[in-house]
Design a protein around this ligand. Structure first.
Ligand SMILES: Cc1cc2nc3c(=O)[nH]c(=O)nc-3n(C[C@H](O)[C@H](O)[C@H](O)COP(=O)(O)OP(=O)(O)OC[C@H]3O[C@@H](n4cnc5c(N)ncnc54)[C@H](O)[C@@H]3O)c2cc1C
Length: 283
């Protein structure tokens, strides 16, 4: 351990959430203040490892292995002069300057770390956000979100299961059985569409040849009349061109009003059958 002994009390800086913001902050503060023993930096996260969220669509498509790209918080902490604590914050007492952590359970539901409290002098909360479903009926039940590694891996498992089933039974038997509906034509939806195109070709090449890539339709559904509505129109146009070349089915100006087990319904009454549905439309 490279930490020096404190000469006197130093400020305790507590960072909750080791995502894009919190991890960078802990690393920089560790390398400056922590290294010189001018502050005690502690990072708390609900997970033991970090993966950069903009890569989650690659995890979902199966073109990236999480284990190759995740960063271990303990290793980073040891190298960068901060402490890491595993736990999910579930309370804050601003008067006593203390956060509380819920008990940490293992996969079997057994308690690994009991509930505890951490005092601070300076507190930074960087817990990120989750995708908004805007209360659209059926979205929470039938769509997969891509907010966490677990959700991205769940999508990938479902994709493989759908493929295996279709391959074992001699091909897709009903409309939408292998189709994927991606709701939201922003960066996440577009990148996922392109990665899925690549992934479906790989699966066929690996011998699941009762299913041809052409049996799978990838639908990208966007409420605005153009993709990437927040970016200049020339970018939308060139993206449309490239996605069409990959045979991604584009549904522009179609707002999803309901998600069902077998597909999604848009405000114009169009029903898009798809066993797998991804919600990438929330802010
Ligand atoms: C699929 C996808 C693609 C994206 N693509 C891009 C892109 O191309 N470009 C771009 O700029 N942005 C992109 N983003 C957005 C970008 O990832 C976020 O803006 C960024 O991650 C936000 O950083 P953050 O530190 O605020 O939160 P996050 O990175 O979300 O980190 C939050 C951390 O807090 C932890 N946490 C949450 N609650 C608790 C709790 N109660 N206790 C302890 N820990 C907790 C979580 O485990 C997590 O590690 C994308 C997001 C997604 C989901």
């Amino acid at each position: 351990m490279r930490k020096k002994q404190n000469k006197g009390p130093v400020p305790r800086i507590l960072i909750i959430g080791g995502g894009a913001g919190g991890l960078e902050l802990a690393t920089r503060l560790g390398k400056t203040l922590g290294r010189k023993d001018k502050a005690q930096i502690t990072l708390i996260d609900a997970h033991p490892t970090h993966i950069w969220k903009p890569l989650l669509h690659e995890v979902a498509a199966g073109t990236m292995d999480v284990n190759d790209d995740e960063l271990d918080y303990l290793a980073q902490a040891n190298a960068c002069y901060f402490r890491f604590v595993l736990g999910r914050m579930d309370g804050l007492d601003r008067t006593a300057k203390r956060v509380t952590l819920a008990p940490t359970l293992n996969a079997a539901g057994e308690e690994v770390i009991p509930a505890c409290a951490y005092p601070y002098d300076v507190l930074v909360i960087a817990v990120g956000s989750v995708c908004n479903d805007f209360g659209v009926p059926g979205v929470a039940q039938h769509c997969i979100f891509l907010d966490t590694t677990d959700e991205a891996q769940l999508f990938h498992r479902r994709l493989l299961e759908a493929y295996m089933r279709a391959h074992a039974t001699g091909g897709a038997k009903q409309a939408g059985q292998l189709d994927v509906a991606i709701v939201g034509g922003g960066a996440t939806g577009i990148e996922l569409s392109a990665q899925l195109h690549q992934a479906t070709r790989l699966l066929a090449a690996y011998g699941l040849d009762n299913v041809q890539p052409s049996d799978i339709k990838i639908h990208l559904i966007e409420a605005s009349p153009r993709l990437l509505p927040d970016l200049p129109p020339r970018l939308s146009e060139s993206t449309v061109k490239q996605l069409r070349a990959l045979d991604v089915q584009l549904h522009l100006g179609e707002r999803v009003v309901e998600a069902r087990p077998d597909g999604v319904l848009t405000h114009t009454g169009k029903f898009i059958p798809a066993e797998l549905k991804v919600w990438a439309a929330g802010v």
